[in-house]
Design a protein around this ligand. Structure first.
Ligand code: SAM
Length: 82
């Protein structure tokens, strides 16, 4: 399960508290550092999603992107999805 554009981890915290093990992803190292303060054992990845996602096709069961995909133009959004 991926929390894409996780910010400081509102969704990752909700999911972690319910037994899920999200991988929290964001371009901001500062956001991920803050997330680790509230969810120390959460896995995190820092990358720029506009360059695509660093996951094997078919390897992700669930991906959430709460308030984090609206930044991009249509072409970039399709690139992220593909
Ligand atoms: C409005 S916040 C939403 C945070 C969280 N999903 C929530 O709902 O509380 C948007 C997040 O997207 C991240 N973001 C923006 N552009 C990004 C990019 N190109 N790659 C990865 N993350 C990005 C920002 O750093 C920020 O943490």
């Amino acid at each position: 399960m991926i929390d894409l554009g996780c910010g400081i981890g509102n969704n990752s915290l909700y999911l972690s508290e319910r037994g899920f093990k999200p991988i929290a992803c964001d371009i901001s190292e500062e956001a991920l550092r803050k997330l680790k303060e509230s969810i120390p054992d959460c896995n995190t990845l820092c990358f720029d999603m506009s360059e695509g996602l660093p996951f094997e096709k078919g390897s992700i069961d669930i991906l959430i992107a709460d308030l984090s995909l609206h930044y991009f133009d249509e072409d970039t959004t399709h690139k992220i999805h593909s």
